[in-house]
Design a protein around this ligand. Structure first.
Ligand code: ADP
Length: 329
C-alpha cells in the first residue's frame, strides 16, 4: 500500500449553498493552511448533499459554486487536490462494504441523524442514516490522517474512528484512524445568534453574495437581547456581532469595551463588521469573478483532481475487496 510521504489530509464540503463565514472560520482556514506541508485532498461531497436535496440542477450548480468559492479563497490545485465525490464512485462502494461491520445502533444515535429527523421529517431517507459511513469511506479510501472540520463534525469523526477500528480488527490494518483538526473558532453562530451558522438553517453571512445582501445579513443579526436602549450597557460576551469582530480586525478589545460601556451602539458595531468582512474577502471576491470568466476552468480542475486520485482509490479497493473475500483469488 502506498504510504504518503507527507501527512495526508482529507475534508469534504456539501454543495448545499454558497460558502459562508462559518465554513471559512471553522474549516476552510485550515483547508488553506494545510495545503502547506501536507498532502491535502478536498472534496465537494455531492453524494452527501442528496440526503437533503433531490433537485439535480441545484446539486450541480451548488457544487460549482462551492468549487469556485474554494478556489477564490486560495485553494491552489497545484498544491491540493480538489474533486467532486461522485467522480470517484469507489466512495459509494467502500461505504457499502464498511456498512457491513457497522451496527445499526451506532448510526441511529448520531446527533446529526436525530437533528435531520427533526428538520426534515418528510424525508428521513435511508442515506441520512448511513451518512457517517459514507463519510468514513471518503476519508478512509485515501488513508487520510487529518480531517479539518468544524465542531459539528466531531461526533462523525469519532464514529469514523470506531468504524475503522471495527473493520481493521476483522480484516486487518488497512485503514488509518483519522483525527479531526479544529480551528480556534470551531463553532460560529448564525445571524440569529442562537444556532450554528448553517446553509440549511438560513442564518448565514455569505462570502460571495452581492454586497447589499451581505450587508443586510449582517444588519439583521441578533445582538444582546437584553440591551433595549442605545444607552444600555451591552454584554459583549453574549453578542455574536462583537464575537465576530475578533476575526476581522485587531481592535477587538476596544470594540468589546465600547459595547460594554454603551459608548457604541449595536448598529454602529454591525456597520463596522459589514465593512470589515467585505474588506477581508474583497480579494477573494475579485478572484472569483476572474475564475468565472475562464469557461471550463473549474470543471477541468475537478476532473483533473478526480483523475489524480484514481490510482489511490483503485489500490485501496483492490486491497479491501481481496481481504473481504470478493472477486477471484
Ligand atoms: P453547512 O452546515 O452550512 O451545510 P457544511 O456541512 O457543508 O456546512 O460544512 C462544511 C465545513 O464547514 C464542515 O467542516 C463544517 O464542520 C464547517 N462548518 C459549517 N458550519 C460551521 C459553523 N457554523 N462553524 C464552524 N464550522 C462550520
Amino acid at each position: 500500500m502506498s504510504i504518503p510521504t507527507l501527512p495526508r489530509v482529507f475534508s469534504g464540503v456539501q454543495p448545499s449553498g454558497l460558502p459562508h463565514i462559518g465554513n471559512y472560520l471553522g474549516a476552510f482556514r485550515n483547508y488553506l493552511a494545510m495545503q502547506e506541508g501536507h498532502d491535502a485532498i478536498y472534496c465537494i461531497v455531492d453524494y452527501h448533499a442528496l440526503t437533503s436535496t433531490h433537485d439535480a440542477e441545484r446539486i450541480r450548480q451548488n457544487g460549482y459554486e462551492m468549487a469556485v468559492g474554494l478556489l477564490a479563497l486560495g485553494l491552489d490545485p497545484e498544491r491540493a487536490v480538489l474533486f467532486r465525490q461522485s467522480d470517484r464512485p469507489e466512495h459509494a462502494e467502500l461505504a457499502y462494504l464498511l456498512s457491513t461491520v457497522v451496527p445499526v445502533s451506532w448510526v441511529e444515535r448520531t446527533p446529526s441523524f436525530k437533528e435531520k429527523k427533526r428538520t426534515q421529517p418528510d424525508d428521513i431517507n435511508h442515506a441520512l442514516l448511513t451518512y457517517p459511513v459514507l463519510q468514513t469511506a471518503d476519508i478512509g479510501i485515501y488513508h487520510a490522517r487529518y480531517v479539518p472540520v468544524g465542531r459539528d463534525q466531531a461526533a462523525h469523526l469519532e464514529l469514523a474512528r470506531e468504524i475503522i477500528r471495527a473493520w481493521n480488527s476483522r480484516y486487518g490494518d488497512v485503514f488509518v484512524e483519522p483525527e479531526a483538526v479544529f480551528t480556534d473558532s470551531p463553532l460560529i453562530k448564525g445571524t440569529d445568534g442562537a444556532t450554528k451558522m448553517s446553509k440549511s438553517v438560513g442564518n448565514t453571512i455569505d462570502i460571495f453574495a452581492p454586497e447589499d445582501v451581505i450587508r443586510k445579513q449582517i444588519m439583521s443579526m441578533v445582538t444582546d437581547t437584553q440591551r433595549i436602549l442605545r444607552t444600555d450597557p451591552g454584554r459583549p460576551e453574549v453578542c455574536n456581532v462583537c464575537q465576530l469582530h475578533r476575526f476581522f480586525g485587531d481592535d477587538f478589545e476596544t470594540i468589546w469595551e465600547g459595547e460594554r460601556t454603551a459608548r457604541t451602539g449595536c448598529v454602529d458595531t454591525k456597520r463596522l463588521l459589514a465593512d470589515r468582512i467585505l474588506a477581508f474577502f474583497a480579494e477573494a471576491r475579485e478572484r472569483r469573478l476572474e475564475i468565472e470568466s475562464r469557461p471550463g476552468y473549474v470543471e477541468e480542475v475537478l476532473r483533473a483532481g478526480a483523475e489524480r486520485l484514481a490510482p489511490l482509490a483503485a489500490e485501496t479497493m483492490r486491497e479491501v475487496r481481496h481481504r473481504m473475500g470478493l472477486g477471484s483469488r
